[in-house]
Design a protein around this ligand. Sequence first.
Ligand code: GLV
Length: 307
Amino acid sequence: MALLYKSDPSRGPTWKALFAEHAPDIEIRLWPDVGDPTEIRYLAAWLPPENLAEFSNLEVIYALSAGVDQFDLSQLPDHVPVVRVLDPGIAQGIVEYASLTVLSLHRQVPLYLRQQHQHEWTAHALTPASERRIGVMGLGNLGTAVLRHLGAYGFKRLGWARSAHHIEGVDCYAGKAQLPAFLSQCDILLCLLPLTDETRGILNADLFAALPSGASVINLGRGAQLVDADLLTALDSGHLDQAVIDVLEQEPPSEEHPFWDHPKIWLTPHIGAMTFPQSAFGALLDNIRRHQRGEAMTGVIERLRGY
Ligand code: GLV
């Protein structure tokens, strides 16, 4: 019974050691040392190998990322489920990044940094958290964790997703028809949507126009969800106040990319969260054991839906 690990090589030995200690019945092979591909039952990968057809006894592909848009799901064998490893470490990282940036926007940190740069000592009125409305697009395990956590600060919280959700203390909206009503109430909008054909380019001029004047946007989803030029127009016109961007369509961006130097854009290099073997291992092993017992796994991707 062998599992092939094909992701960041520096984390490979840690994965191998965790399996050796806690699940010695599963042999770990680190890409590119595949050995006989027909012996591989499980693949834990950021991207599957190109010669996947040679892995004729593959039973499950475990995606070691929060998003699976980098997989061409149509090219993967139908009988092999693709399963997200719901790493609590990723959720923790996203909660930290979201809290840091939401609080920074709420307390106008970018403005005060600009003022300090100009030796300007001006205090602006504080808005109480109870009057600040935070909207999260995408209500999977990450969006839900962020909204739950932000409740501790007393923000007014809203959520939007493709389908209906119920999260205590959060006004949830669903589907395209309810998107404008949701957007019209978001002072800070945070995107945690999966990238699909439906969400590609969703952060565009129409969406920005539906936000209240002075709103800010945080993109923690995928770069291809944002129409860069529309964001620049909305910021430069003054309709949007600030943007925090952790993901770009092309990473790293070119030296000429306008986001590098834009005064109202806070750019970070896709650091929202990372899969830690130490925290992801338990979720991965639990899913492998479920599969071995013939039980339903958690985090299974629906091929047609794309997430
Ligand atoms: C990072 O963006 C991930 O999908 O894990």
